[in-house]
Design a binder for this molecule. Structure first.
Ligand SMILES: Cc1ncc(COP(=O)(O)O)c(C=O)c1O
Length: 238
């Protein structure tokens, strides 16, 4: 299949990805494509990207080091700040040392390259992040995938393998699942709103009925009063 066929195939199946433009800083409330939105999909879980202290530290860093490290860590780009951060992270996690990567994706590729000679195959949860799958493929490590969070499926994969050294990678809660949770929450919320509307409708109908019956009682009383007045008048004239 040629490239343009591939693209139109993706388009037909609603799988063609496009990039949205953020017009504001990262945060819970954002402007995306010039629309105000509530952001449920970033990795900025702790809202640090727009934190005043982080911004201040970045400005200080730019003042001291400029806008880039200029080279890889193995050449001349490993600053004292990088070093201090790695040492602090190692101390915080109780490890001998720490190695920083600029993204989760590159960290995962790095893990597989480093461990390639130590392991014979990798077994992964089917919903693991794509970088874990790419990392395996890039270094030619055989990979088996088991059904998400399914220990029976995992046991079967391990039982059927002859290779003793394996790397097991699992993610118990993944973004795709969180999306499902949000969809379910949205469905429950819609049902709740519908239920409230129905209850309000019933309450309103009962009120109208009550009002109508009060009206008819009122009309009856009025008639009785008129009749009484008529009777009273008749007895007085006779
Ligand atoms: C397990 C895992 N690996 C890698 C990544 C990719 O990280 P990044 O976006 O920093 O490349 C993510 C992102 O959510 C992740 O959850």
């Amino acid at each position: 299949m040629n490239f343009s066929n591939k693209i139109s195939d993706l388009e037909k199946n609603h799988l063609l990805r496009s990039r949205r433009i953020a017009n504001s800083a990262q945060g819970t409330n954002m402007k995306i494509d010039n629309k105000d939105v509530i952001n449920f999909c970033s990795n900025d879980y702790l809202s640090l990207a727009n934190h005043p202290k982080i911004k201040e530290a970045l400005v200080q860093g730019v003042e001291k080091y400029g806008a880039g490290s200029g080279a890889s860590h193995l050449v001349s780009g490993h600053s004292e700040s990088h070093n201090l951060l790695e040492e602090s992270l190692a101390e915080f996690t109780g490890q001998e040392s720490a190695l920083l990567f600029s993204s989760g994706y590159s960290a995962n590729l790095g893990i597989f390259s480093a461990l390639r000679d130590e392991i014979e195959w990798s077994v992964q949860d089917k919903l693991n992040h794509a970088s874990l799958i790419d990392g395996c493929r890039l270094v030619g490590l055989p990979i088996q995938r088991y059904h998400h969070n399914n220990l029976e499926s995992l046991a079967n994969k391990i039982k059927n393998s002859l290779a003793p050294d394996l790397l097991l990678q699992t993610m118990s809660l993944v973004w795709m699942e969180i999306e499902q949770i949000f969809k379910e929450l949205l469905r429950l919320l819609t049902n709740l709103i519908l239920l409230l509307c129905r209850m309000m409708h019933t309450a309103l109908a009962s009120l109208i009925q009550l009002f109508q019956s009060t009206l008819s009682i009122w009309q009856l009383l009025e008639r009785l009063q008129a009749l009484w007045g008529l009777l009273f008048l008749e007895t007085r004239t006779s």
